[in-house]
Each structure stands twice: as structure tokens, then as C-alpha cells.
Design a protein around this ligand. Structure first.
Ligand code: B3K
Ligand code: ZN
Length: 869
């Protein structure tokens, strides 16, 4: 009966949305008994099942050693079922069955970090989304099978903490220095939301009383030394709970909410019902050990996982094709939460920057897929920027169109209709339509199509008639796998400004409303259209796609001067930033001269730095080399892009002259009341130091060194360290050594130490070899792998030279050890075909050579798509 999993990829393993069928059996209740030993774990499961439709009884299972199986109390003979590496099938099962199985599993050797695994010497955790539960026990492991779970966890007393979902109903001695606890989760849930934790951890406790008066015990579990770093997460949790009550009318539904931190985790965090498991990088936050950006991320991920309790857990997905139903909506909700937490404009800037840096390139390359794909080989490959970020944008577009009140009516309807169900994207859009009274069905097109639409617009002013006309055209690039691409509904938020005074004009035209324009939002949902504004007395400047109202590539024939105007006069900070980015795209990709941009920066910054340092810091954003590269579809030469970008930064630094040092010396984060403004000041000071270094001002190194030595804040320390290391300053070596001595026991800080060195613009293969053979480099910890790989990939010139080997070697190694992470890292090379020769052919040859060596569905699906261009 021993089954050793060895999935072979020769047969076509593609799964199609169109083939969806209801499960033949549902599970009324599950009783689990998990007994953990040093060298093995026994899992006993009792499933009470009922037939729903005709068909075999199918239990999915992978890497399980079946010890016993009984059906309705009778041991099942071996010929009464079939068993292979993926499933156990019982034909002709009666309509009511109780199945009892016992299996043996090996969490202590599970390096894939999926199912139940040993995360460290004193911690076992689970990760079951999407298909990990089948590595714990035989089960209909699919999201449309919801059940009530009772879990008994038993282990040696060296693991004092035994947790599972729901309420603790019993705990006690199990003999032989062992103990147990029994947990019951009253809410029905799919198996991917099951979690248990066995470990030796400390806990931070708090309470929260919901709007319904429920007194909820809040607990964050982490290593004892990390407990002081859990307070920001705890505050963010309470804040999220209040926010969801106020904004969506959703109170929490259990008496406890637990979060467990582990450093061995494939992604950010997991929303298991009442028992979230988090990567330490998304829960530990502390000015001394983690950066401001990490602190913001912790707050948003805490909110994200909490918000899943309603959008994901109470209402879940019918099948994994619907992943963006829960992820897109929950990302939209966490983005809105973060907009309330700091400056809304800056939050939007950061979210759009992520979208453009990750989702747009993904959607323009061989891995492009719709937010709701219609086929996949390995669902783990679809936790993508498209599913998450573009999914969020679809919800934001509908929100923009409906406005707050109607959107709320729509979400109320969704919760009312579907609480306790596993549903589809269609169900969501239908509920939103019914609740708001606005037909949103056309937005389904967005869910089903790949690619970033191109939105071309043109403005014509008629001085005699005093009218301003805007004509629009939309198009999408053809896609090999998705035909019949249709026009999508694009909400275009817009404003007109008086070009002389900077004053915003009232949008004035009866045609506006007839054409669907309201509150400055025009819904463009055909291939082409023209709208007209009347009573426009002078030629206006138009601001289009305000707040990035749709995830499209806008092409509008702005003059550079008009963009500079918007940089200065747009009242909304996001739109100022957007104008700056458009101008920079033109300078860096289309050879426009930089003068207008530099003058506009000089005009805008002095005031802005005083008024809103955080926004001012973002105005210094210059599109990353990777993003610029992703805008080039053929003949891409990374060195050329790097040179252009450096030249622009150098010119900016030179032109700003003494302003950089003056600003650096004048700004003091301690003078700011709000955390977000202090964060802005720290960011600005670090930018000023970099600028000074670009000016060739040797004082930059002295100031950076002082900043490094005197601060207790990680953003300041790291900012200074980057200036020293990336410019090979004389103080760099000593600072790196000092950092190591101070932080060698702090994994998250050490991730930064690795990252800074890997991201050195002049890093070489030897730098990477030094880092990856360092005693603190650890291939079993994804955070550490990502710190080096991510740092390396900050410089595409390096990625596409010696980096190719690094990524290919990693994919080869992780293919077996941790294919989820291996596949993700290999995707860094997905735009290889855009490179200029001879690099293009060289990388292609290396990818081709990898093909016969990989076995996992994850890596081979990515590699096959990447090579099929
Ligand atoms: N739902 C999880 C993601 C699980 C990823 C599995 N490869 C985290 C989140 O989006 O909240
Ligand atoms: Zn999520």
C-alpha cells in the first residue's frame, strides 16, 4: 500500500474551466487526529459524507502512506478501491458514507512548504491553499466542498503550543511526555483554510470587542525575541477589524483570532480561518529592525488576511479558476484600508507603481493570462500580479463608476446572497449589479481576457465654437490562446484645467451625462467614441485617467509642457506623479530632452517638500530599469537603458545643485508628527544622499556614514548603507561588517544585508557566489533566496548576464525541493525573447537546456509557456 508520489509530466495535465463538475460527495463533518513525532506524523481522518450527484467517491491524496481505510465501520478490501499517486477512488459507494483513514506523512522532510511541514526545529505549520490539504490526508480537496472541522493535535511537550482553527474545547495529557488539544471550528470551510500549528512559541495577547459585542481574544505567536516586534501588527489587526465593520458592515465571527509567524514560508501570509499563518516578513515590524516600507507592508498584509475572513472564507471560490474573485476583491479592500492609513495619493502611487512594474510586463509577455484564466496545469503558478493586482483594478473600476454608496449596496447584496457558499466571478458581478441597480455585466469581459488595453485619445479645441472634443479608441494585442477579444468598459476619470491660471474647470455639457459622464468619469465601452465639452473659453489642459481609473496604457498627444503643467497644477498628488512618470517615459524611451522635467521638478519641490514630504519623495521616482525594459518588445539592450537612466539621474542631481545637501541638512524626521510624514522625510533624506553621491560630492559618504552610525532606524540605516556600498565608498566595508555584527541574529535585517550587496549595480558573478556560499545563506528559507535573487534582479544588466545562470541553477535545484518558489523565480527570465542578439539566443539556449531537466508541473508549465513565444 506504499505510495510514493512521482508525478510524471508526459500526459497533458491541463485543467479547463469548462470541465467543471460538482463534486459527487459532500462532507458533513471531518474529525482529524494529528499525532506528530520527530520522524513521522500519523493522521487519522473520519469523514461523514453524503452523495450529491452520481459518480465515484474521489478522495485526493499525495505523498501519503495509507495505513488503513474503513467504510461505514468495515475495513475496506484492497480491491474495493483504486489508489494512485494522486487519488483514492471508491466506485459504487453508498449515498451515506463514513470513511475512516489513517495515513503516515513526513512533515520533517517536507521541503516544499506545502501541506504540514516542519518550519524550524521547534515549529510545525501548515500551508494548504490551494492544494496542500491532500498532502495531509485523503480528502475531496477542492474549494466547493465545505465542512465542519474538529481537530485533535498531539505532540511531545517540547512543543507547548498546539493550535488549530476554531475554539479550543479540550486539552490534556497524552502520556509519554506528550499532550493534546482539541479544536472545533463552527464555520463550514473548504480544506484549503484548514490550519494547525505545533511549536514552541511566545504569544502577544490583546482583545477586540466587535460591533455586535463579541469579545474576541487576539493572539500573535512568534519567537520570544520577536514578540516586541508584534505590536504594530496587533494594532493593524484591531484597526482592520473596525475598518471592515465601518466600511463593509462585516464584524468578526469567532471568539478568537490567531496569527502565527514563521520564517519558512513560500509567500506573504495565509488567511486560514481564525488561524492565519504569516511569513515573519509580513508580521514583524519595528523601526530598529525593519524598514518603513516593510512596516507599511505588514499593516496591509495583516488587513488583507483579515479581510479574507469575509471575502474568501465566509464566501469562497467555487473552483481555483475563480481565484481572483477572492484575491482581487481582498486586494482592493486592503488598498482602500491603506489609503485611509497614510496619504491616499501616495498609497495609490505605490499600488500603481507595483501594477506597472509587475502586472503590465506579465500581461505583455508569454505568461499573460486573464484575471480568471480558463485553463492551467499548476494552479500555484496563477497566484500572479494579474490575478491579484489586475483583479483589484477591476473592482476599483466598478467602485469608481458606482461611487461609495452604491458599491456598498452591491457588496451588502453579495454578502446577503452568498454567505456560506462557494461562488464564481459571475455571482459577484450579478450581486453587485442587483445591489447597486447599475448593470455591470460588461465588466466580466475584463475577467476573461488577457492583455493590457491600449487607450488612444485625442483632444481638439475649437476656439470659435468654444468646444473641446475628446475622441477615444481602444485596442488589444492578439493573444495565441484567447481569441475574440472584445472592447472592455473603461472608466476614464478626467478633468479640464485653464492653461493660464491652473484653475480646474467645471465639466460643462449636456452631452456629458447622455454619454455616461458623471462626476468627471466617462465610461468608454465601445471600440471608438467622441465626447464634447462646451463653454470652454480657452484651450484647456486635460488630465486623463485620473487616479489611474483603469489599468490601460494611455496614449495621448500631450506636449511635454502640458505634462509639466499637470506636475505642478493637478490638485491630486497621484495625478502629479502620473504626469511626472509619463514625462520620464518619454525622456527615457523616446529621447525627449529632460529640461522641461527638470524645471518642473525645481518649481514643484521646494514647496511640496515642506507641505507633503512623502509625496515629494515619490516625485523623485524614476522608472526602474526593469520596468523600462518591459516597455521594449524587441532589440532590448539593458546596458543602453541603464546608461540613459543614469545619465538622466546625473543631470537631475547636477541641476538640483546645493538644493540636495541643503535639503538633507534641513530635514529632520523627528520634527514630523505623523509616521507617514516622518517616513517621507527619511525617504527624501536618503534620496538626497544618493543625489549628492551622483554629484560626486564626497561629503555624501561622510554624511551617510554619520547617519549610519547615529541612527536606530532601519530605513535610515539601510539608506545610508546603500549609498556607501553602491558607490564603493571607503566606509562601505566597515559598515557592512558592523551591520552583520549587529543584526546577525535578526533574519529580516540580514535579508537586507544580503539584498544590498546583491543589488550593487556593479555586482558580479563573484559577488553572487560569495553571497550564496555565505554560511548565513539558506536554500530552505525562501526569504533568504529572494533577498539575493531580488537584489540581483534590481539591475537588469546583471540579471541578463551572469544572473541568467543564477536563476537557472535555482530553478533546477528548487524544481524538486520547492517547485512553487522555483517556478516563480524562473519567471524573472520570461521576457528573454525581447533581448537584442546575441543575448537573446544565448538565454534561449540556456532555457532550452533546462527543459529536459525539470520534472515539477510548476517549473515545466512556466518554462513551456516562456519558450512558446
Ligand atoms: N491566499 C494566500 C495565497 C496562497 C498562495 C498559495 N501558493 C495568501 C493571500 O493571498 O492572502
Ligand atoms: Zn489574499
Amino acid at each position: 500500500m506504499n505510495i510514493v508520489a512521482n508525478p510524471v509530466v508526459e500526459v497533458d495535465q491541463t485543467v479547463y474551466l469548462k470541465d467543471y463538475q460538482k463534486p459527487s460527495f459532500l462532507v458533513d463533518s471531518v474529525d482529524l487526529d494529528i499525532q506528530v513525532f520527530d520522524d513521522k506524523t500519523y493522521v487519522t481522518a473520519k469523514l461523514v459524507m453524503q452523495r450529491q450527484t452520481a459518480g465515484d467517491l474521489v478522495l485526493l491524496g499525495r505523498d501519503l502512506e495509507l495505513k488503513s481505510i474503513a467504510l461505514n465501520g468495515q475495513a475496506l478490501a484492497e480491491d474495493a478501491y483504486t489508489l494512485d499517486t494522486e487519488q483514492l477512488v471508491i466506485a459504487n459507494a453508498p449515498d451515506q458514507v463514513v470513511i475512516e483513514t489513517q495515513v503516515l506523512i513526513h512533515p520533517e522532510t517536507n521541503t516544499q512548504l506545502e501541506g504540514l511541514y516542519q518550519a524550524s526545529g521547534d515549529l510545525f505549520v501548515t500551508q494548504n491553499e490551494p492544494e496542500g490539504f491532500r498532502k495531509i490526508t485523503f480528502y475531496p480537496d477542492r474549494p466547493d466542498v465545505l465542512s465542519v472541522f474538529t481537530t485533535r493535535v498531539e505532540a511531545d511537550k517540547k512543543f507547548p503550543v498546539l493550535l488549530a482553527n476554531g475554539n479550543l474545547i479540550e486539552a490534556g495529557e497524552a502520556g509519554n511526555d506528550r499532550h493534546y488539544s482539541i479544536w472545533q471550528d463552527p464555520t463550514k470551510k473548504p480544506a484549503y483554510l484548514f490550519a494547525c500549528v505545533i511549536g514552541d512559541l511566545a504569544v502577544l495577547k490583546d482583545r477586540y470587542v466587535t460591533s455586535e459585542g463579541r469579545d474576541v481574544a487576539l493572539e500573535i505567536y512568534a519567537e520570544p525575541k520577536d514578540i516586541p516586534k508584534c505590536h504594530i501588527a496587533m494594532e493593524a489587526l484591531k484597526h482592520s477589524m473596525r475598518w471592515d465593520e465601518e466600511h463593509y458592515g462585516r464584524p468578526y465571527d469567532l471568539d478568537n483570532y490567531m496569527i502565527v509567524a514563521t520564517s519558512a514560508f513560500n509567500m506573504g501570509a495565509m488567511e486560514n480561518k481564525g488561524l492565519n499563518i504569516f511569513n515573519t516578513s509580513c508580521v514583524l515590524a519595528d523601526e530598529e529592525f525593519t524598514t518603513d516600507a516593510a512596516i507599511m507592508r505588514v499593516q496591509s498584509v495583516i488587513a488583507h488576511e483579515y479581510f479574507h475572513n469575509w471575502t474568501g472564507n465566509r464566501i469562497t471560490c467555487r473552483d481555483w479558476f475563480q481565484l481572483c474573485l477572492k484575491e482581487g476583491l481582498t486586494v482592493f479592500r486592503d488598498q482602500s484600508f491603506s489609503e485611509d492609513l497614510q496619504s491616499a495619493a501616495v498609497q495609490r502611487i505605490d499600488d500603481v507603481a507595483v501594477l506597472k512594474a509587475h502586472q503590465f510586463p506579465e500581461d505583455s509577455g508569454p505568461l499573460s493570462h486573464p484575471p480568471r484564466p480558463d485553463h492551467f496545469v499548476e494552479i500555484n503558478n496563477f497566484y500572479t500580479a494579474t490575478v491579484y493586482e489586475k483583479g483589484a483594478e477591476i473592482n476599483r473600476m466598478m467602485f469608481t463608476l458606482l461611487g461609495k454608496e452604491k458599491f456598498r449596496k452591491g457588496t451588502d447584496e453579495y454578502f446577503e446572497r452568498h454567505d456560506g457558499q462557494a461562488v464564481t466571478v459571475e455571482d459577484w458581478v450579478a450581486a453587485l449589479t442587483a445591489g447597486s441597480g447599475v448593470d455591470l455585466s460588461a465588466f466580466l469581459i475584463w475577467y476573461n481576457q488577457p492583455g493590457t488595453p491600449k487607450l488612444e485619445a485625442q483632444g481638439t479645441y475649437d476656439a470659435t465654437a468654444q468646444t473641446y472634443q475628446l475622441s477615444f479608441k481602444q485596442s488589444l494585442k492578439a493573444h495565441a490562446k484567447y481569441a475574440n477579444l472584445k472592447a472592455v468598459p473603461i472608466p476614464v476619470a478626467l478633468a479640464l484645467f485653464n492653461a493660464e491660471t491652473g484653475e480646474q474647470l467645471t465639466l460643462n455639457s449636456t452631452a456629458l451625462f447622455e454619454n455616461g459622464v458623471k462626476d468627471g468619469v466617462y465610461l468608454f465601452d465601445t471600440d471608438t467614441a467622441t465626447i464634447e465639452f462646451t463653454g470652454v473659453t480657452t484651450k484647456p489642459v486635460v488630465s486623463l485617467l485620473r487616479n489611474f481609473s483603469a489599468p490601460v496604457n494611455l496614449e495621448f498627444n500631450y506636449s511635454d509642457k502640458e505634462l509639466a503643467f499637470l506636475m505642478q497644477f493637478e490638485p491630486n498628488g497621484f495625478n502629479q506623479w502620473q504626469a511626472t512618470q509619463t514625462l520620464l517615459d518619454r525622456i527615457l524611451l523616446n529621447d525627449h530632452v529632460a529640461d522641461i522635467y527638470i524645471q518642473a521638478m525645481k518649481n514643484t519641490l521646494p514647496d511640496l517638500i515642506q507641505k507633503d514630504p512623502l509625496l515629494a519623495s515619490r516625485l523623485f521616482d524614476v522608472p526602474a530599469e526593469g520596468y523600462l525594459g518591459s516597455r521594449i518588445d524587441a532589440g532590448y539592450n539593458p546596458v543602453q537603458i541603464q546608461e540613459k537612466r543614469n545619465a538622466l539621474l546625473k543631470t537631475l542631481a547636477r541641476e538640483l545643485g546645493s538644493f540636495c545637501k541643503d535639503t538633507y541638512l534641513e530635514l529632520d524626521p523627528d520634527n514630523q508628527k505623523e509616521f507617514s510624514q516622518a517616513m517621507g522625510v527619511r525617504a527624501l533624506k536618503n534620496i538626497m544622499l544618493m543625489m549628492m553621491a551622483r554629484q560626486g560630492d564626497v561629503d555624501a559618504f561622510e554624511l551617510a556614514h554619520q547617519q549610519y552610525q547615529t541612527t536606530r532606524n532601519m530605513s535610515e540605516r539601510l539608506g545610508a548603507l546603500k549609498v556607501l556600498v553602491w558607490n564603493d565608498a571607503p566606509q562601505a566595508k566597515e559598515a557592512l561588517a558592523d551591520f552583520y555584527t549587529h543584526f546577525k541574529d535578526e533574519a529580516l535585517s540580514m535579508d537586507q544585508w544580503f539584498m544590498v550587496q546583491a543589488a550593487h549595480p556593479e555586482a558580479t558573478a563573484a559577488t553572487i557566489a560569495y553571497l550564496t556560499s555565505h554560511p548565513d545563506y539558506d536554500l530552505t528559507v525562501p526569504n533568504r533566496i529572494r533577498s539575493v535573487s531580488g537584489g540581483l534582479n534590481a539591475n537588469p544588466v546583471n540579471t541578463w548576464s551572469f544572473g541568467v545562470q543564477h536563476f537557472i541553477e535555482l530553478a533546477k535545484y528548487l524544481d524538486e525541493k520547492n517547485p512553487i518558489v522555483g517556478s516563480r523565480l524562473l519567471q524573472v527570465l520570461s521576457r528573454w525573447y525581447t533581448l537584442a542578439e546575441p543575448q537573446r539566443s544565448q538565454v534561449q539556449a540556456e532555457l532550452e537546456a533546462l527543459k529536459p531537466l525539470v520534472k515539477s508541473k510548476n517549473v515545466s508549465e512556466s518554462l513551456n509557456s516562456m519558450l512558446a513565444v
